[in-house]
Design a protein around this ligand. Sequence first.
Ligand code: HEC
Ligand code: HEC
Length: 225
Amino acid sequence: MRALLAFIALAAAGLLTRALLMPPDYGRAPRLAAVVDGGKMEEFLQTAAEKEAVLRWVADGAPETGWPEVSAVLARRCVSCHYTDAEAFEILPLDAYGPAARAAEVAPILREKITGGTMGEYLESPKAQQALLAWIDGGAREATWPEAQEILSEHCVHCHNAEGVEGIPRLDVYRPAARLATMPEPAPRPFLIPTVVLVTASLGLSLYGRLRRSPGMATESSRTL
Ligand code: HEC
Ligand code: HEC
């Protein structure tokens, strides 16, 4: 009985630690994982081991120590298209640790859509892209909205407006644009159940200890063992 309670308490403590350490859950995978795990870049990988190396690196939080192994894969399969070129449009360089690690994290959807995503092509110039990225990375503040609004209305708003393409968010007004330009609230971490289990099991353990110590109950509890 006692061993069982201790085991349950330990398992609950383990789950709590895991909940504490796990990356925040934004309801979608980091795109470096999404594109090679059933996504549109998977075809470029040639072995299961390559896919496994990329997915493991992303799941581990893109550690710098793992970069040599994963960069060898990216260099072979991806960098012919995804390379750094300061002058040109950013299509998500994967030839350096910094930008690759960034692709291994969930970013605001607006940032993703204009860097390697499907909306980048509409921006047409690196200058417009950089200005919009600066607005996003600066926290998408209302004070600087006019600068972003100018770019969006030139390149994006003819589809992204109330009467434009159906079912896509508006980019002609501040609020919906800012929502896409900032991180969503992550799902709450699963703390509740392991905490309740841990507290209950600990209470059970201490109660059990007390029962053992009081002589009247000792026979009672040893019979249940
Ligand atoms: C032949 C060129 C080419 C190769 C090779 C290539 N990509 Fe891409 N990739 C693109 C283009 C073009 C886009 C942007 C358009 C799109 O999303 O369809 C893109 C987009 C992406 C995106 C962003 C997707 C998004 O929606 O935000 C990621 C991540 C990505 N590629 C990763 C990879 C990885 C990892 C590899 C290697 C396994 C790879 N790519 C190989 C051309 C390539
Ligand atoms: C020709 C019409 C068109 C233009 C121009 C256009 N978009 Fe889109 N946009 C779409 C469509 C259709 C979708 C939904 C499909 C998809 O996500 O690829 C979309 C989706 C998006 C999303 C994802 C929204 C969500 O809730 O998932 C973002 C962000 C976005 N566009 C930003 C932009 C930006 C920024 C520009 C200008 C640089 C732009 N779009 C230009 C048609 C357009």
